[in-house]
Design a protein around this ligand. Structure first.
Ligand SMILES: Nc1ncnc2c1ncn2[C@@H]1O[C@H](COP(=O)(O)OP(=O)(O)OP(=O)(O)O)[C@@H](O)[C@H]1O
Length: 314
């Protein structure tokens, strides 16, 4: 069953159309929702939680209708908002226990779940200190813990890496991957950084100006590169020239050659080239795209969907 299915979802504010006829089906797993600031990601999440009625269109979350079953959706879905929403005078433990109680857990179960969840997100002794003294990374973890404390089937994480330094981003992304892989909870995570979502998601939905640009499994974005990576022990450039002379499109990339596949012949030409030149072949494999390259190659990157910073977190 898809975790989310929308049909013609539209949200018009007086000055702006935040969602424009959005029809998309999202499978289980860790799913990235990527788009520039203002693309409509947070609006979509609020509508899916049944907190904001759309102007028109329909949507279901975990098979539940947003118009009629908002309460049941919120029972089964955790939400980590983008904005700062934590009480500075409470400790993480007090706050997360409180949120568990709000979700209907009895006191002892709430304390137990809160302790477990805070441990899972990596908050230990600090959990007894007031949140006001926490770093951004620690506050993001508290927000994540309160989204998980009632054992949801699905969590919406709105820009969870915002404000984090590269190491903090890596830790948060690893945590998100674990939520999906180890706990079997589906995740819808938003970001304006395509590169970082690509690392942890099974499926990516790209929105721009409230419209659906693309919705695909990460593998589908990355396998259609139509190129091979060829690595030989020595003689990269000799092989490159050899293939080029035979009409093959080829360029060096690091220690490898990237060879465009023009047909079955290309494989034969590589095999024969390696043999004729008496080279040792180390690797011959499909070259996997990074998703942001897919958009760059189409020369139509969604405006403002920024690639990760050069040398930044990968
Ligand atoms: N309550 C509101 N009233 C009027 N306009 C709104 C409201 N909420 C959102 N918008 C507008 O709708 C558009 C989409 O906003 P939204 O917050 O959903 O985008 P986003 O992709 O989540 O971006 P960000 O990451 O910056 O939050 C923006 O132009 C925003 O200004």
């Amino acid at each position: 069953m898809p975790i989310i299915a929308t049909q013609g979802l539209t949200m018009r504010f007086p000055r702006v159309t935040a969602l424009d006829d959005l029809t998309v089906t999202v499978p289980e797993g860790v799913v990235g929702l990527v788009g520039a600031n203002g693309a409509g990601k947070s609006t979509l999440i609020k509508i899916l939680l049944g907190l904001l009625p759309p102007t028109s269109g329909r949507a279901e979350v975990l098979g539940l209708d947003i118009a009629r079953e908002g309460m049941r959706i919120r029972e089964r879905v955790g939400f980590m908002p983008e904005y700062e929403c934590l009480p500075p005078d409470m400790s993480a433990t007090e706050f997360v226990v409180h949120m568990a109680r709000m979700c209907g857990l009895p006191p002892s179960a709430a304390r137990e779940r809160a302790a477990d969840t805070l441990r899972h997100v990596g908050l230990y002794e600090e959990r007894y200190r007031p949140i006001g003294g926490y770093s951004t990374g620690m506050r993001q973890r508290v927000k994540l813990a309160q989204a998980l404390v009632h054992d949801p089937s699905l969590v919406f994480l709105d820009e969870p890496t915002n404000g984090l330094d590269p190491a903090g981003r890596d830790e948060m992304l690893a945590l998100i991957r674990r939520i999906g892989a180890d706990f079997g909870i589906s995740v819808l995570v938003t970001s304006h950084l395509l590169g970082e979502l690509e690392r942890v998601c099974d499926h990516i939905v790209v929105v721009d100006g409230g419209r659906l640009l693309r919705s695909q499994a990460v593998d589908a974005y990355t396998t259609a590169s139509g190129a091979l990576t060829v690595e030989v022990e020595e003689g990269r450039d000799v092989l490159g020239r050899h293939l080029h002379d035979r009409g093959v499109q080829v360029h060096p990339e690091g220690r490898h050659l990237v060879v465009q596949v023009a047909g079955e012949d290309t494989y034969d030409l590589i095999r024969d080239g390696v043999a004729d030149l008496e080279l040792r072949l180390v690797r011959l494999e499909q070259r996997r795209h990074r998703i942001e390259e897919v958009f760059t190659e189409q020369q139509a990157p969604p405006p403002g969907v920024l690639p990760g910073p050069p040398g930044g977190p990968r």
